[in-house]
Design a protein around this ligand. Structure first.
Ligand SMILES: *[C@@H]1O[C@H](CO)[C@@H](O)[C@H](O)[C@H]1NC(C)=O
Ligand SMILES: *[C@@H]1O[C@H](CO)[C@@H](O)[C@H](O)[C@H]1NC(C)=O
Length: 409
């Protein structure tokens, strides 16, 4: 009798866990089984992080970062047969993981600055080591990966300031690395894509710094004003609150970066964090008409009609929400910005952020390549001990070829 009861309890617990951790893979997504397993793995990481934190100091984000770190070991600085050697250094006080070719030409070469993703709250140059090393190997150039300080301890714009500080120091001291200051490109994924877009703008605006040679935006965030774009709507229909970058995760990151405020979080969850009045302007700033019609399937998409908002939240946070550091898409004049290679994914809340940014650059005459991987998902570039995705690898190879083309010409 007792055993029956026990097995019942175990069964119920397992079923509940499976339900909690299971993310069904929508039709059309790449490697669906692996995708579901990957989501389950990452969700388990959060559960484990919360469990450990419960018995420790309650800081589950710290535990989550540790787990992710454990999943992504750093490669040795020298790899057999590789022309790239890595080391840790600092640029003007900012920690850098630097990759340098061992044999290199005598003349000054191009280089790439990489800004890792992780929603401004996790991710590190260490957990990105295998990716940035691959990029360095593929380019056979100097790659500098920046360790910017993370939220919630450090609020925006700390992350952008750190990246700018390190980047301008690198430009001013490029020659000591065998690099030409005016041939430096920048790339980043997710929040790193946001920082790359923003830095491309402010470096362009600074007469004492040469323009970046290239900007690579990998499924970037480019605005925090409209959380009801066609891609957010598609995601909500397909995943509800599951998947790799659920809406609640975006809002958790947003509030961690700005202020841990329940009102801001709740309002953003329902796209009510701006005002009804502002929303008429917003329709022009984040214009759904610029999203191709085939990406607005009527099964997913409702054009915005309920023009409502939360004036209190908007008044309190409007300056930071409108700040180009979080919403570089709002910049009026995009002319003269560096050539761009932009990657978006069909299964991503922020797909349209990348598409709209590409449109705007294109309209301003900036040389822009937009590649949308319809079967791809946010995070597909990620690989660790257990997971890597063919489409992610393919996209990375293509990205490297394009980056090399832009940097070498
Ligand atoms: C431009 O960049 C230089 C070098 O980093 C910096 O000293 C200066 O303050 C910047 N100017 C502006 C207007 O931001
Ligand atoms: C946010 O919403 C949740 C769930 O609806 C609610 O429990 C919570 O009190 C709200 N927080 C604030 C600050 O309004």
């Amino acid at each position: 009798m007792r055993w029956t009861l026990l097995s019942c309890i175990v069964l119920v617990v397992v079923a509940m866990l499976a339900y909690l951790l299971y993310t069904p893979a929508p039709d059309g997504i790449t490697e669906p089984l692996k995708f579901s397993a990957f989501c389950g793995m990452l969700k388990s990481c959060w559960v484990i992080a919360k469990a450990i934190a419960y018995f420790d100091d309650g800081d589950y984000l710290k535990q989550y970062r540790n787990i992710r770190h454990w999943l992504k070991p750093v490669t040795p600085s020298d790899m057999p047969g590789s022309n790239i050697r890595s080391r840790v250094t600092t640029f003007d006080g900012i920690r850098i993981r630097l990759y340098e070719p061992i044999r290199k030409p005598k003349v000054l070469q191009p280089a790439l600055i990489y800004i890792h993703g992780g929603g401004l709250i996790f991710g590190s140059t260490d957990t990105y080591d295998s990716l940035t090393r691959k990029v360095a190997e593929g380019l056979d150039m100097v790659v500098a990966s920046i360790e910017y300080r993370l939220a919630p301890k450090f609020k925006v714009p700390t992350q952008a300031k750190d990246c700018l500080k390190a980047s301008s120091w690198f430009m001013q001291n490029a020659e000591q690395f065998g690099v030409a200051a005016d041939r430096i490109g920048m790339a980043g994924d997710s929040a790193g894509g946001l920082l790359t877009a923003y830095l491309s703008q402010i470096i362009h605006d600074n007469a004492s710094l040469p323009d970046l040679k290239f900007q690579g935006l990998i499924y970037p965030l480019t605005q925090v004003l409209d959380f009801y774009t066609p891609s957010y709507q598609k995601y909500a229909k397909l995943f509800k609150e599951k998947g790799l970058l659920p809406r609640s995760m975006v809002m958790y990151m947003l509030t961690s970066a700005i202020k841990n405020d329940g009102d801001l979080y709740n309002a953003s969850m329902f796209n009510m964090h701006t005002s009804a009045e502002f929303k008429t302007r917003l329709r022009k700033l984040v214009n759904h008409d610029n999203i191709p019609i085939e990406m607005k399937d009527e099964f997913y998409y409702n054009s915005p009609n309920k023009e409502d908002g939360n004036v209190k939240v908007w008044e309190k946070y409007r300056s930071v929400l409108l700040d180009p550091v979080l919403s570089p898409l709002l910049r009026e004049d995009m002319t003269g910005l560096p050539p761009a290679y932009i990657i978006t994914c069909g299964f991503d809340n922020i797909r349209d952020d990348g598409i709209l940014y590409a449109r705007k650059l294109e309209n301003a005459g900036v040389e822009t390549t937009l590649v949308n991987y319809e079967a791809g998902f946010h995070g597909m570039f990620w690989e660790d001990r257990f997971f890597d995705f063919e489409l992610g690898k393919e996209a990375l190879q293509k990205f490297i070829i394009h980056a090399k083309y832009f940097l070498l010409r």
